[in-house]
Design a protein around this ligand. Structure first.
Ligand SMILES: [Zn+2]
Length: 394
């Protein structure tokens, strides 16, 4: 096997031709321009045909590790190294490619051994559509003891066509046995102002809209995707309107707001559901009943992971609104991040004290913790809205 391209931090800034010139403009890698070294490195690995089998992306949240993982998956699976326009590229961009699997811890304390067993069962199967398979393992610092051990051997000698991308904040918090089996790819911190400029460049929206998107979505690439998705923007608005209406909401209103938010979060998942069904229909003839069941289980997990990330996004939107309110309470000249809904910020600022706004922020953070601990999203949202009503209506 060819040696994978090493990550050498000095190279990308030096005399080399910048990799950006080799990146297909429509590809996900092209959106990675706030991490030029990583972009150059991943592009070089693909274009030289020397892709390794286990990578560890390291960096703070908001640095764009997950975006980079999807971008790399696209470039690895596409026959043209990530053209951005073929069927493979489009499926990866829409997160509906059956050969790219995303894993996140399913319990509050970390990965379940069952999750890793499912992953290993899947690794043993041939790719469904592409020439290879990519496994993205988020929060690999939460791979403990048994789950980590189960993964180690495969991580060391994966089947030829498999690439693992593990994501973590720093090598110090990941088990050394895992770190030593992966090629480390450090991500730099992206300052908020720079993230906003990157989004402006990518989308052509003004700075105000870009700042809102970064506040809601986190990284530049996710903010760009957020701005391109009418459904995700609508989900944010539904959340903000629900908070705005809490002052006059009775119990039935609160419950129906929670349902409405959940419905809006689920709307963008219709594509994924349809792709999953099509894949099941395609493979029903030649897969055993056990394999079909496995596929169905995996689909369910993928859907609920996507639903959770949608919920986290609307919760980030709620946090950003309440932060605006808290700051506007203290400084009348404050310019809100949620500049597209000034009337909502103004109404809440009129009604609420700083203490109330800060308490409300705490309610949203508690809800984020509950969702991370796998409380049903609907229940977590209902509890949060009732708590918010109390906090905001003092
Ligand atoms: Zn392609």
């Amino acid at each position: 096997m060819k040696q994978p391209v090493p990550f050498s931090p000095d190279e990308a800034d030096g005399s080399r031709v910048p990799a950006a010139s080799q990146v297909a403009p429509a590809s996900l890698l092209a959106q990675l321009d706030s991490q030029p070294r990583v972009q150059a490195f991943l592009t070089r690995a693909v274009s030289s045909g020397r892709v390794g089998q286990a990578y560890l992306f390291l960096g703070a949240s908001g640095a764009g590790k997950l975006d980079a993982a999807w971008a790399f998956a696209q470039a690895v699976l596409c026959e043209d190294g990530g053209c951005g326009v073929c069927d493979t590229c489009r499926r990866v961009a829409h997160r509906t490619h059956p050969d790219v699997h995303y894993f996140a811890p399913e319990s509050a304390t970390g990965y379940l051994i069952g999750q890793i067993r499912d992953l290993l069962d899947d690794v043993a199967l041939a790719p469904v559509r592409a020439r290879g398979k990519v496994y993205i393992i988020d929060r690999c610092d939460l791979l403990h003891a048994n789950a980590a051990n189960a993964l180690l051997k495969t991580l060391e000698e994966p089947p030829e066509h498999v690439v693992f991308i593990l994501l973590g904040t720093s090598a110090d918090v990941v088990l050394p046995t895992i770190v030593s089996r992966c090629q480390q790819v450090p991500f730099r911190m992206v300052p908020a102002a720079e993230a906003v400029r990157a989004v402006v460049r990518q989308t052509g929206v003004d700075e105000v809209a870009a700042a809102t998107a970064v506040a809601v979505a986190g990284s530049p690439a996710r903010a760009t995707a957020f701005l391109k998705s009418a459904e995700r923007r609508e989900a944010r608005r539904v959340m903000l309107r629900a908070i705005d209406g809490l002052a006059y909401a009775d119990e039935a209103d609160v419950l129906s707001s929670a349902r409405e938010i959940l419905g809006a979060v689920k709307a963008p998942l219709a594509d994924l559901k349809a792709a999953q069904q099509a894949e099941l229909d395609d493979s029903a003839d030649y897969l055993s009943r056990g394999a079909v069941k496995q596929l169905e289980d995996r689909n369910k997990r993928e859907l609920s992971a996507r639903e959770r990330s949608g919920i986290m996004e609307v919760l980030a939107a709620a946090r950003s609104l309440l932060r605006d309110v808290a700051l506007a309470c203290q400084d009348p000249a404050y310019v809100p991040v949620n500049a597209d809904m000034p009337e909502v910020v103004a109404r809440l600022t009129d009604r609420v004290s700083v203490t109330g706004a800060v308490a409300a922020l705490g309610c949203v953070e508690e809800c984020e913790r509950r969702v991370r601990r796998n409380v049903t999203p609907q229940l977590a949202l209902e509890v949060m809205l009732f708590d918010l009503r109390k906090a905001l209506c003092r």
